[in-house]
Design a protein around this ligand. Structure first.
Ligand code: AHG
Ligand code: MN
Ligand code: MN
Ligand code: MN
Length: 336
């Protein structure tokens, strides 16, 4: 059977469905090419000298890994000169990165978490890249892009996706017409369509949460996890399984594949009051993908995609995955 490549898929989306503009098509191709380069570096591991930490800290107060910085540079360099972007923003950069004046400027904004799951790099566990595409506001046409131009609710994303670097490298993408998955053919160097219509089952019996934070959780989260732990004789009347990879990309990819619920809730810690994950380059793209696959994504009581950001690095509670479970957790929040 002849399978479609990412290029073919995007041309079809542009031609048949009008779902993407030529600029967005090129942009996604460029991001995918950068992910291929990151996948290659990840695959070399110690042989490529890519493991380990640097001395530097990022704006989040995290010690940067070599691969955090390398991946950020790969994405910046790949996307600077194509002419489709006005500016970029990243977990690893405090402020926005405008397209240098020597290159033509496009109308889109790209946000990324260049390397997600940094704590798993040195232990050879799946990691990934997450990205989100917005359109610059119309009034930004004749001037330099500012941070405020990025601060749009996730519902305005025109595309979002992630690459997961695991036993296989995969790229999972939405342009607002459902979710598709591509597997990297390492010999041919191309992304090949292997999942045509990813759908998250509405019901699940598998949850993902970092249980070590239990004592800090808010009561609706405690209530839901207690219900899960109660098993068949509890209110949910089924035995639950638990997974926690600690790479959001890998945990979400499992949910995209076989369902489940993923939670990194806000909690009572000073550092946890707004959650750990970042709205603009983690929560928003993942929420767009999850909704496009028939799932749901909330911060506790409300839909993540409706939140208007107040800063590039804003944090937020994240509860996403199988629709019926997420809606139950939302109900627990509203009843609280
Ligand atoms: P990043 O590596 O991009 O900073 O993101 C790490 C995030 C996310 O991938 C994961 O779900 C979560 O941190 C894991 O946190 P804990 O170590 O607290 O479980
Ligand atoms: Mn980080
Ligand atoms: Mn991350
Ligand atoms: Mn990261």
């Amino acid at each position: 059977m002849k399978r479609k490549t990412l290029t073919q898929y995007l041309v079809e989306q542009q031609r048949l469905k009008g779902a993407v503009s030529a600029e967005v098509r090129l942009l996604i191709e460029t991001v995918a090419r950068a992910c291929k380069a990151i996948s290659h570096a990840v695959g070399k591991g110690a042989l490529g000298g890519v493991l380990g930490s640097l001395e530097s800290e990022n704006v989040q107060g995290e010690v940067q890994k070599k691969l955090d910085v390398m991946s950020n540079e790969i994405l910046l360099e790949a996307n600077e000169w194509g002419g489709h972007l006005a500016a970029m923003a990243s977990e690893e950069m405090e402020t926005i990165h405008r397209i240098p004046h020597r290159y033509p400027k496009g109308e889109y904004l790209l946000l990324f978490d260049p390397l997600d799951g940094s704590s798993n790099i040195d232990v050879n566990v799946s990691i990934g890249t997450i990205f989100s595409v917005l359109q610059a506001p119309a009034d930004a046409a004749g001037r330099d892009i500012e941070e405020k131009d990025f601060l749009q609710p996730g519902s305005r994303q025109v595309a979002a996706g992630y690459a997961v670097y695991g036993p296989q490298s995969m790229l999972v993408l939405t342009v607002g017409t459902g979710v598709v998955g591509f597997t990297l053919d390492r010999e041919m160097g191309s992304w090949v369509l292997t999942s045509e219509n990813m759908q998250i089952p509405e019901e699940t019996a598998e949850f993902a949460i970092n249980m070590s934070n239990m004592r800090h959780w808010e009561s609706p989260v405690k209530r839901y996890i207690d219900d899960c732990l109660a098993g068949k004789t509890g209110p949910l009347a089924k035995d639950y399984n638990m997974r926690w990879i600690a790479s959001m990309v890998a945990d979400v990819h499992r949910i995209m594949t076989r369902g489940g619920i993923f939670m990194y809730p806000r909690d009572a810690r000073a550092s946890g009051k707004k959650g750990k994950l970042r709205l603009m380059y983690e929560a928003n793209p993942m929420s767009f993908l999850v909704e496009q696959a028939g799932g749901a994504a909330i911060d506790g009581d409300k839909r993540i995609l409706d939140v208007t950001p107040d800063g590039l690095h804003q944090r937020i509670g994240v509860i996403l995955g199988s629709k019926n479970e997420v809606e139950r957790v939302q109900r627990y929040h509203l009843e609280d």
